[in-house]
Design a protein around this ligand. Structure first.
Ligand code: SF4
Length: 102
């Protein structure tokens, strides 16, 4: 049975876990452009270097921070991406899975 006291004890623990998870992600390694998955998706840490010949759907202004799959804050230099689990992508990066934020 969950008493009010035990519930109150859970709240700070949940907050601490959330902070730990966030700082763990902040320490996560950056995606390497040469990583096979990154290369297959044409990921670049600098969107302006996207291979426009190979990925004609790329349009100027498209960056990870504006992508639906980006999970960091727009102001962060890098953040997690749903495609690259356990790693961070550059907020100014781009890959062919880019999907504009709704
Ligand atoms: Fe960036 Fe979106 Fe590609 Fe992830 S899916 S690397 S956030 S463009």
């Amino acid at each position: 049975m969950t008493t009010r006291r035990s519930f109150i004890q859970i709240i700070p623990l949940a907050g601490a876990l959330a902070l730990t998870a966030r700082s763990a992600l902040a320490d996560a390694p950056k995606v390497d452009e040469k990583d096979p998955q990154a290369a297959a998706l044409g990921y670049v840490a600098d969107a302006t270097k996207a291979n426009k010949a190979k990925y004609p759907k790329y349009a100027a202004g498209q960056v990870c921070s504006g992508c639906q799959l980006y999970q960091g804050k727009a102001t962060d230099a890098a953040g997690p991406c749903a495609i690259f689990a356990g790693k961070q992508v550059s907020s100014k990066g781009w890959c062919s899975a880019y999907t504009k934020k709704a």
